[in-house]
Write a protein that binds this ligand. Structure first.
Ligand SMILES: Nc1ncnc2c1ncn2[C@@H]1O[C@H](COP(=O)(O)OP(=O)(O)O)[C@@H](O)[C@H]1O
Ligand SMILES: [Mg+2]
Length: 356
């Protein structure tokens, strides 16, 4: 076995501090190179917290040294906004109260983006975090239905200075465009209006003190993600896809968009994953493994693989997402794994714009 391969295998056995999951599957290892001067390992992190980085370094050094791999150089490559480029969104700020912001996007509709956003939020809640959900899918807000807040339009209240007070469902704070659209006719939104609406929805909400805000974006690369990234600091994005080729192709465009918006892409989520393709390294005649191919091209991990789950189809439409209706099921387990991966990424990094 070559040195690089050996080093990579060892890295696969190093858990992220505080988690059972290893640093390779979390997408923290960007490259492993063996040369005359030893083994060079590059970690992909937006802006690593010094204590976490120190722990990671010493774990890597110890593990590789024990196998006779010496010397080891551990470097960090940023997956976030690069310091050398001037920040095109200098006006944006951090949301008060909302610790970190995770955007959930997809190339096309119907791949399960909202299902993932909602269950990710619940998974993060289960991990002990205070969580909010912002349903910014102006074209098809489905979070109210998924969380049993169909009546949200009548329940939602504004403060005296016209700020939105979130509703609560399953111990998560929720604001949805759906609360304000009224039922019936789909709304046609034009660019400038979208920008205004997104700004109001991101900055004009009185969130309680949150650890993380999960934003359900509309599919595609339209005005909403652009407006969001312009008005607030988005700490990371996930792109949801199904294994089908067409969904993966569209997902790639969405992933590229986050790069242009200076939003770190944490990874992909493969929804309605096939149970017989958990390793995912092989390509498949029916287009399976597409998410893995894309992940490899992007140099980011597949952070979650959510199996097709009959109960989710039922429960999702009745305000009972997988993590509520079937917490012991395979889908719930997959969502918890995803949440752990997202949490690890966020904990490993210092928020942009915060004192470090
Ligand atoms: N893993 C899954 N297993 C079974 N059904 C799912 C799964 N993920 C999503 N669905 C169903 O697929 C439909 C589309 O999901 P949704 O989250 O609304 O997609 P999107 O937000 O991308 O348009 C919903 O009816 C949802 O319940
Ligand atoms: Mg949706």
């Amino acid at each position: 076995m070559g040195t690089e391969e050996q080093a990579r295998d060892l890295l696969c056995k190093i858990p992220y501090p505080g988690l059972e999951r290893d640093i390779v599957s979390l997408g923290l290892v960007r490259s492993v190179e063996a040369g005359d001067d030893g083994v060079r390992i590059t970690l992909a992190l937006a802006s690593p917290r010094p204590d976490v980085l120190e722990k990671l370094r010493s774990r890597i050094h110890d593990r590789l040294a024990a196998a006779g791999l010496n010397p080891v150089h551990v470097e960090v490559a940023s997956i976030g906004p690069s310091a050398s480029t001037s920040d095109p969104w200098a006006r944006r700020g951090r949301l008060r109260g909302a610790g970190r912001i995770i955007a959930v996007g997809a190339g096309k509709g119907g791949v399960g983006k909202s299902t993932v956003a909602v269950n990710l939020a619940l998974g993060l809640r289960d991990s002990g975090w205070k969580v909010g959900v912002l349903d910014a899918d102006i074209y098809g807000p489905s979070v109210p239905t998924m969380l049993g807040l169909e009546d949200g339009a009548r329940q939602v209240r504004l403060t005296d200075d016209r700020k939105i007070l979130p509703l609560e469902a399953h111990n998560v704070s929720v604001v949805s465009f759906g609360f304000f659209l009224g039922s019936g006719a789909p709304v046609v939104w034009r660019g400038p209006l979208v920008g205004k609406a997104v700004q109001q929805f991101s900055r004009g909400v009185v969130w309680p003190e949150l650890d993380v805000l999960v934003v359900d974006l509309p599919p595609g690369t339209g005005d909403v993600p652009l407006s969001l990234a312009q008005s607030v600091v988005v700490d990371g994005a996930l792109v949801v896809t199904t294994p089908q080729r067409i969904a993966v192709l569209e997902a790639e465009k969405a992933a590229e968009m986050y790069g242009k918006l200076n939003v770190p892409l944490l990874g992909l989520v493969e929804n309605m994953s096939h149970a017989d393709c958990t390793c995912g390294r092989r390509s498949h005649p029916f287009g399976r493994g597409g998410a893995d191919e894309l992940a490899a091209r992007l140099g980011r991990p597949v952070l979650g693989r959510i199996p097709f789950d009959e109960a989710e189809v039922e429960g999702g439409d009745r305000g009972r997402p997988a993590l509520v209706s079937g917490p012991d099921g395979a889908a719930a387990e997959a969502f918890r794994t995803l949440a752990a991966g997202v949490r690890a990424h966020l904990e490993a990094t210092v928020p942009e714009g915060a004192a470090s």
